[in-house]
Structures are given as C-alpha cells and as structure tokens.
Design a protein around this ligand. Structure first.
Ligand code: PLP
Length: 449
C-alpha cells in the first residue's frame, strides 16, 4: 500500500533511470530531509546515504555554510548571466580558484549546469578546435564500453551502456567505443593487469588505424568508471592508452564528474591515477550537489582557436542561460573553501585504507566475485559461481534485490548493470559510519544469498 505522497508521485512523475513498467507497484522512496551522512524518508526512517546522493553530496547534508552562501547570493543577485560579456563576482572568483586547483595547464574555465552539458561542450569544442586548425575530417570521438558521460544526444552516444543506445537510435555516427578496462570481468585466463592493459591499448590503436587517425579527434574516459560498475583501471592502463593517443594526436578528455573533488583522496582522479588529459570535465562534487553546476577546462591552444573563430564568426556561439549561475558559483566557492579549511581531501586519503579494507573483506562473501575500489569509492560484483565468475541471469535481478535488502537495513547503495553494486558515501563519513555502512551491506548480502 503506497503512502499518500507515493501514490501522488506515481500518478504524476516520470522518473529518470527507473523501470516504468514495475514502478507503479514498488513506488518511490520519498526522502524528506538529511543530516550529515543520513537521509530520512517521509515516515522519519533514517538511511545511511552510501551513494552521496548520486555520487555528489561530498560534504553530506545539512551543511549550514553552503545554505548561507546560497541564501546570501540569492538575496544579493539571484540571477545574472555571462552572455555578451556580462559577468559577476562569484563566477570570476570561482574560475580563478578552479584554475589554481586544476592538475593540468588551464587557460580558462567554461561553466555549465551539469555533467552532461560539460561533456557535450567537450565534444563541440573538440570539433570547433579541429575546424579552427583546418582539419575538418578529424572529428570522431572514442569512448569506452560501459563508460558513462551523460544523456544528451552526443553524451549518450559517448556513454557505452545499452540502456542509453537501444531504441534511442544512438550512438550517432562518428561515436566509437573501445573495450572496457575491467580486469576482473574481461581479462583472459591468467592475463596480468599489465598484459590486459597492453592488449586494450593495442585494441585502441588498431581502432584508430582502422578508422584513419586523421578522422579521430578525441578519447574520453573517467579515471574510475562510475555508472559502468565503479571500476578501478588495471595497472599501467592509462599510461599505455596515453602513449597511443599521443602517437595519433588524439585529444584526451578526462571525465572527472565523479572522481573530481576529492573522491580518490586527491583533488582530481587524474592525480591519483596518473592521467595527463588535455582537458577535464567536472560537476557534482564542485557544489557538493547543493546546486547544479559543471564545467570544462580550456587549455591555451583551444583558447587561441576559440578567439580566432570568434574573430571570424563574430561570436563564440555556445552557452546556456544558466552557464555560471551566480548562486551555483557562490555555493561552489564555499564548497572549495570548506574543502581547504577542513582538509577534506586529506581526510579521504586518511579514511580510505579503512574503507578499502572493509570493502576488500566482502570478497570473502560467497556471493561476491570482486570487491575493489580506491579512495572512498568501491564496486562489488555478485556472481553465481566465484570460481568461474559465472553471473546470474539478468532477469534474476540479484544485485537489485541486494540493494532493496540494503534499503530495508537502512542503507542506500546503487545497483548497476552486470550485477554490480556501487558504494560512494559522502566524503565526510566518519570511521564508525564506514563500519555501519559495511555491516549493513553485509547483512543485505547475507539475506540475498
Ligand atoms: N559523467 C560522469 C562520469 C557521470 O557519472 C555523470 C553522471 O552520473 C555524468 C557525466 C552526467 O552528469 P549529469 O547527470 O550531471 O548530467
């Protein structure tokens, strides 16, 4: 029997990423408030938010300083924009702050309102750059099977998950996918991580050569794959991939939408995993999820191209009403101030060994084939047979059941395709709360078994 609110929900709302065929029976989980790493449903029941919302509420819930920053900006100037040279102090100050923080040479920052818009902007800027450089054939974008980069027409094309392609008439032509760097699932028997990485780099090179390097513009990857399974790359992977990209002058876009802002115990995932991208996309953690904001970094060669195209075309023809929204920028500035003052990133590095030890211990569970992560992110894979890694029939919905049992235990974790479960709590989680998280997850797994 659905509550009043839940019944009204099923009559009126379309939910993203929800099975609309079964939703009328299950109904929504209606959350009402949050405090620290806890959220409370409309009956007052607490849940440990083990997914930081959607990989974003880094500073947890009820952070009064973020609320005050938003309120102050809303009272002072709730909206202005950056079109046609208009500006405002939160955007200027945030761009300066981000330039200081970026792990790669950054000339300028362009703001968006989401991760999808940021990656969509990356595609458009790549095409724009190559037009400016007089190489109009160099336009193809390579991403990875199981990568997740968003839902716009271009970013859903980059995303490598069936739900984003089937019956959506995607991917668009010119969007190609290379292998998923998941050693546990895709390595051949006895293949080391280094050998697997070398094979994937060879496959990428073969794809570029097959397509013709003069037509391949960019490669995009998340440092740790998020929605595709919370997958940590195998040893040597990015070094080998980058060598291939350099050989064929293919631009490297790091999608730091999840890994940016502390998740791996460094400000950006690229630092933790040794990526040297030409540009990166960010969103989510930049405001701790309190306001929608994303963006991309613009390197000097790209900036020069943008200036010369503006001179030719009369304007830089890109941007949305809310690019660099002042309230979102004010909240981002306060988020970064708190990160610096409270040593949030260092705190992640300090807590990570405990989190990872509890995660790794799950590998002993009879249902778990792999339990692996880095920093404060982890993924587990449920298997029917640990030795052969055989999976349950997708129809059995085993990981979905585990996540439902976890919810019954007062824990929110996320079910992902391939019977994987992601764990990605707010960065402010306390060591005792890490124990609560894994105790509850273990009980949920016991009930699933
Ligand atoms: N890139 C990555 C790595 C993501 O995880 C996501 C969302 O989860 C996106 C891009 C898309 O961001 P948004 O949902 O804000 O459009």
């Amino acid at each position: 029997m659905l509550s009043n609110l839940a019944a009204r929900d099923v009559e009126t709302l379309i939910h993203p990423y929800t099975n609309l065929a079964t939703f009328r029976e299950t109904g929504p989980l209606v959350l009402e408030r949050g405090h620290g790493v806890w959220v409370y449903d409309s009956d007052g029941r607490p849940y440990l938010e083990g997914m930081a919302g959607l990989w974003c509420t880094a500073l947890g819930y009820s952070n009064e300083e973020l609320v005050e920053a938003a309120t102050e900006q809303m009272s002072r100037l709730p909206f202005t924009h950056l079109f046609s040279g208009r500006s405002h102090d939160p955007a200027i100050e945030l761009a300066e702050t981000l330039k200081e923080l970026m792990p790669i040479p950054t000339s300028k920052v362009f703001f968006t309102s989401s991760g999808s818009e940021a990656n969509d902007t990356q595609v458009k800027l790549t095409w724009y750059l190559n037009n400016a450089l007089g190489r109009p054939r160099k336009k193809k974008i390579i991403s990875r099977i199981r990568g997740y980069h968003g839902v716009t027409v271009a970013t859903a094309s980059m995303t490598g998950l069936p739900a984003n392609h089937a019956d959506w008439d995607l991917p668009l032509p010119g969007f190609l996918h290379t292998a998923c760097a998941h050693h546990y699932r895709f390595a051949e028997a006895g293949e080391t991580e280094e050998a697997f990485s070398a094979r994937l780099a060879d496959e990428l090179e073969a794809l570029i050569l097959r397509e013709d390097p003069d037509t391949v513009a960019a490669f995009v990857a998340e440092p740790v794959m998020g929605a595709g399974g919370a997958v940590v790359p195998p040893a040597g992977y990015f070094a080998k991939i980058q060598a291939v990209l350099n050989r064929y002058d293919v631009r490297f876009i790091a999608d730091e939408v999840i890994c940016g802002f502390g998740r791996l115990g460094t400000w950006f995932g690229s630092e933790a995993l040794g990526l040297r991208p030409d540009t990166l996309s960010f969103a989510k953690g930049v405001t701790s999820g309190y306001m929608p904001l994303g963006g991309v970094t613009v390197d000097e060669p790209l900036y020069r191209a943008m200036v010369s195209q503006s001179a030719k075309l009369g304007t830089f023809g890109h941007g949305t009403t809310y690019s660099g929204h002042p309230v979102a920028c004010a909240v981002a500035l306060k988020t970064i101030e708190i990160f610096r003052r409270d040593r949030i990133v260092e705190g992640v590095a300090e807590k990570a060994p405990h989190f990872q030890a509890r995660l790794s211990a799950l590998a002993e569970h009879p249902l778990i084939g792999e339990a692996r992560g880095i920093g404060l992110i982890g993924g587990i894979e449920i298997v029917a047979d640990k030795r052969t890694k055989r999976q349950y029939e997708p129809k059995a919905g085993v990981a979905a059941r585990c996540v439902a049992f976890a919810q019954g235990e007062g824990l929110i974790v996320r079910f992902l395709a391939g019977d994987r479960v992601a764990i990605c709590p707010p960065l402010v989680i306390a060591p005792g709360e890490i124990d609560t998280l894994f105790d509850r997850l273990t009980r949920a797994l016991d009930r699933t078994a």
